[in-house]
Design a binder for this molecule. Structure first.
Ligand code: GDP
Ligand code: IMO
Ligand code: MG
Length: 427
């Protein structure tokens, strides 16, 4: 029986997961999303085209590979229809290659209003959510009042009305105005009809049977480990398990059937939305990272906060995920820097520590090591042998600090700008 390999983000999301899933897809038979929803925005670029995927796995562009939306995902019929139709228009018909779990939960129009109302009530303590109703949908799931894709085949209308009434009562109690609901509901019902053109499966059976038949599966994470509901910078997190353990519950795969865990990180750090970020830069250097890295959210267009690479956080997320291989993204963004700083320790109340603390309070100060920049264009490189020495030193420094090999370095957004340092560590 084959194992499921997992690919996920080790920072605060937007590490470049979509790009690498697409690059690795030829080596797999099945690509599966296991958590998150349309809060994700996974960008792929190839042959001069750019695509942004939100709920659909990033294996959809490679030949006849099967893609699965797993039970751990929350699905918005409106946004799904929008995304799938756009792909169809550009010649990518998904119906035969995309399977949807009956146990995935549905995002209702009223979940979006609750998301907005909760944010409004938080005042200055806002999370800065994507506004897609993610938290409220997972709340209903855990509260055992959610609607699932499988309900489309069983008394959907009745269940929908009951959930809607419950949500509206909440919104009334919060005195939150609900405008435009009817129109959204029409789009939602239309989205439900469109969804019915796809194949619903009991994806836990499907994935396990595929593994038994010797097929290989790559699980695609969304968000990042520092946004994980348990281990992220709570409460400034998303509402799902974004770490490798989430793959077990989000697909119905037993822990002993997890194989390699590919952990992706940017050569620096970004974060979108509120919450602590010890290495954040508020100066010209931060601006430079943002403009050179085009750090604007692929879903919301929001400016991403930027800072230096944080190895304390990275060690922590490598531990949580059991990452077996690292993939470093966007090192090209650092091409023009004279010096590059890397946070190796935190200083808390005058003491240096490598242990990720309970809370990233203002008392946590990053302690940096400075490395020399390579000062040359790396975006056209194709072989490790041609890497400038300073970039090699940067890679070695991180590998030594973390204790896990960097198997791949990405030097640009295009599929082709991907360099395998250790091909033997790849599928
Ligand atoms: P994801 O959510 O993890 O899939 O990442 P996003 O797609 O939200 O954000 C990554 C952004 O960086 C996208 O705009 C990618 O096109 C871009 N990108 C990915 N890899 C690289 C790289 O190596 N260099 C540069 N300059 N851009 C990259
Ligand atoms: P991908 O998959 C970056 C952030 C939001 C907010 C917090 C909670 O593209 O890496 P939510 O809407 O999930 O309740 O918002 O999480 N967030 C992301 N940040 N990349 C993402 O996805 C994100 N998905 C959610 O900005 O701070
Ligand atoms: Mg993204």
């Amino acid at each position: 029986m084959k194992k499921v390999d997992v690919l996920l983000g080790l920072q605060w999301g937007d590490e470049g997961k979509g790009k690498i899933v697409d690059v690795l897809t030829p080596s797999y038979d099945l690509i599966a999303r296991f958590q998150g929803g349309p809060n994700a925005g996974h960008t792929l670029e190839f042959e001069g085209e750019k695509y942004i995927l939100r709920s659909i796995p990033s294996g959809i562009f490679q030949g006849d590979k099967l893609n699965v939306i797993g039970n751990g995902v929350v699905l918005d019929p409106i946004l799904f229809a929008e995304e799938a139709r756009a792909l169809s228009r550009s010649g990518h018909d998904l119906r035969k290659r995309l399977l949807i779990s009956r146990k995935a939960h549905l995002i209702l129009p009223t979940h979006r209003y609750i998301d907005a109302a909760q944010e409004a009530h938080k005042g200055s303590a806002k999370i800065g959510t994507t506004g897609k109703g993610i938290g409220p949908t997972y709340t209903d799931k855990i509260g055992r009042t959610g609607l699932r894709v499988g309900d489309i085949e069983h008394q959907l209308e009745e269940r929908y009305q009951a959930a809607k009434e419950r949500h509206l009562a909440l919104l009334r109690a919060w005195d939150y105005p609900v405008e435009g609901l009817e129109e959204l509901e029409q789009q939602w019902m239309e989205g439900i009809r469109y969804l019915q053109e796809f194949t619903f499966v009991d994806s836990e059976h499907f994935v396990n049977e595929s593994l038994h038949r010797g097929q290989s599966v790559l699980a695609e994470g969304a968000q990042g480990s520092l946004l994980d509901i348990d281990f992220g910078s709570y409460p400034f997190v998303t509402s799902s398990s974004t770490i490798s353990a989430g793959c077990c519950t989000g697909l119905g795969v037993a822990p002993r059937h997890i194989g390699e865990v590919y952990g992706i990180f940017k050569a620096y750090c970004t974060r979108v939305g509120a919450g602590p970020f010890p290495t954040e830069l508020f100066d010209e250097t931060g601006e430079r990272l943002c403009s050179l890295g085009h750090e604007f959210g692929s879903v919301t267009g929001r400016r991403r906060r930027c800072g230096w690479l944080d190895l304390v956080a990275l060690r922590y997320t490598v531990m949580l995920n059991g990452a077996t291989r690292l993939i470093m993204m966007k090192s090209d963004v650092l091409d023009s820097f004279d010096t590059i700083r890397v946070c190796t320790d935190y200083e808390i109340k005058g003491e240096l520590t490598r242990s990720f603390p309970y809370e990233l309070s203002d008392e946590v100060k990053p302690h940096y090591t400075e490395l020399k920049g390579w000062k040359c264009d790396t975006t056209q490189l194709t072989r490790y042998e041609d890497f400038p020495q300073e970039l090699r030193d940067y890679i070695t420094f991180i590998e030594e600090q973390i204790g896990v090999p960097i198997a791949v370095v990405s030097v640009g957004p295009d599929r082709a700008q991907t360099i395998a340092l250790h091909p033997e560590l790849l599928p």
